[in-house]
Design a protein around this ligand. Sequence first.
Ligand SMILES: [Zn+2]
Length: 305
Amino acid sequence: MRTDERAMAYGGGWLDRSGGRRADPDWVAARLAAAGTVLLPLWRDRCLVTAERTPVRLSAPDSAAVLAAADETVFLGLDGEVAVFAVDLSGRGEQEAAGLVGAASTVDVRAIFTGLGPAEAAIQGYARGLLHWHRQQRHCGSCGTRTVTTFGGHARTCDACDRLLFPRIEPAVIVLVEAPGSPDRCLLARHRGAAEGSYSTLAGFVEVGESLEDAVRREVAEEAGVVVGDVAYQGSQAWPFPAGLMVGFRATAVSDRIAVDGEELLEARWFTRDELRERAAGGRPLGRVDSIDHQLLTGWLAGGR
Ligand SMILES: [Zn+2]
């Protein structure tokens, strides 16, 4: 598996997030007003797109009506010298939001991923995740007071109890488990709700008080009844749908015994590389193409020994 983060969809550090400067509200306001500044409008976790399903980009200085209609305007970063902001039009109706920005419709970025360049997909995902957090954090969790945006949209404050609230990210582990001995085999499972014959790697959220490796061992043991020995980090993926960070591992089982829980997993079994290749050739994709699941599986297939 490539460890280059640009190999992974929705990541890649395409913008200079200007973490130091965005704390200065005057600097942020000047960037928003600058000629050439780009505005990306979103509506309730969805991209606003043209008839060709391309996300709408607006000139910020020419978009006073859009800015006035927005629930939130956040600074995403600098693309070279050009500032990029996202605006949330979720408070409007879908048709009204589309009409405001000249969009034909709204769509989930994952549905148009293959038609976007990697930078655009990543920036749309970033905008979506950040705006989603703002909608969930309008009030302080301690005292219920309305919170206020700060740091260019990268934090909120509660003035009543002086709390600073940062965007929430929920880490999850995803793991390709190999069987001990030969032939080489990996563990794939059919999750509840998945179609017959549809298999993927195992994944689960990290719980409080767990390391990432603890979470790998617990998830694999709980769901598949497989005891895991070595656990090795492979890479990570931003998954802002709505707030995930997928952390990928490869692990080695101490035995090939499987006992699925029947709750989250309906079935789990070991696959050889030839079996996976046959499935791929037969039109069974190895996970969704924009996912770390796909990267883990294709990386394992390419690493045959
Ligand atoms: Zn408060």
